[in-house]
Design a protein around this ligand. Structure first.
Ligand code: SF4
Length: 271
């Protein structure tokens, strides 16, 4: 049964259903694109270095919680040198609302030192060099490569893992298997933004409990059989009807179109 970080999802019938045809995958992403033409990360950052720090802090935490902590932090430490000058103890005072903050603070200081000592304070652009940094795994490297450097990588987080398995788009037992399945399935023209489309779809529509199937733009393609009905969705249906600009979201203020964030092109190479 598919799992992610020790959590098991209820039987993902999508995983056992008829595989997606090429035209269906095209249609799947075309619809997500129509719904979210310019999807972006919801993490706040100023440059590749602050993006890297934000992604490291976001493990098992919400983007909202990370943004709350990093807003004041990045005002005083938006480069590896400034972070080292700040020091671990003061860094902790900024991020103590985030889970695992002690380990994350240790990693942020260690990776900042590694960037200063080994990379001229510049965030490296290769997966190997990124993953060699303390606290940086494959998922974090994929997010940085995609968001900071425009590489067509797909970082499989808990949302993407759920959506890929439920829908049957790229079923897999592990994040690595899902990533490989998505690499094979996603058409080249959708690869750059596939990561954001799938995350936002999982975060706002195909949510873990009671997915908003009646509001979902890919429901006829999705192989998940126990779809949520309109009756089960209840009051969220009428609230969605009052939100004409966000077809996939169920409630006002719950839209994947809110607060876009993108790195300024000029600063996309250096920390
Ligand atoms: S919201 Fe429902 S219909 Fe849409 S992808 Fe998720 S399980 Fe499938």
């Amino acid at each position: 049964m598919p799992s992610f970080a020790g959590r098991y999802y209820p039987l993902s019938l999508g995983a056992m259903a008829r595989p997606f045809r090429k035209a269906e995958v095209e249609s799947f992403f075309a619809r997500l694109k129509a719904q979210m033409p310019d999807p972006r990360t919801e993490l706040e950052f100023k440059n590749p270095y602050t993006l890297l720090v934000a992604v490291v802090l976001s493990a098992q935490a919400t983007d909202k919680g990370v943004n709350k902590a990093t807003e004041p932090l990045f005002k005083v430490a938006d480069t590896p040198e400034k972070m080292l000058k700040l020091g671990e103890a003061r860094l902790i005072s900024y991020i103590k609302t985030i889970g695992l903050f002690r380990t994350k603070a240790r990693n942020v200081i260690a990776l900042s030192k590694a960037l200063v000592d080994g990379h001229g304070s510049v965030v490296p652009r290769s997966r190997e060099e990124l993953q060699a940094l303390p606290g940086v795994g494959r998922k974090t490297a994929n997010v940085v490569l995609n968001v900071a450097f425009g590489e067509p990588t797909i970082a499989v987080d808990t949302h993407i893992f759920r959506v890929a398995n439920r829908t049957g788009l790229a079923p897999g037992q592990t994040p690595e298997a899902v990533e490989a399945g998505l690499e094979r399935a996603v058409p080249p023209e959708y690869k750059l933004n596939a990561h954001h489309w799938l995350i936002l779809h999982g975060r706002y529509t195909c949510v873990a409990r009671k997915p908003k199937c009646p509001l979902c733009v890919v429901r006829d393609l999705c192989r998940y059989r126990p779809k949520t009905t309109e009756a089960e969705l209840g009051p969220l249906m009428s609230r969605a009807a009052m939100t004409p600009t966000s077809p996939g979201s169920a409630a006002p203020g719950d839209s994947p179109h809110r607060r876009p964030r993108r790195l300024p092109a000029a600063s996309s190479r250096r920390a």
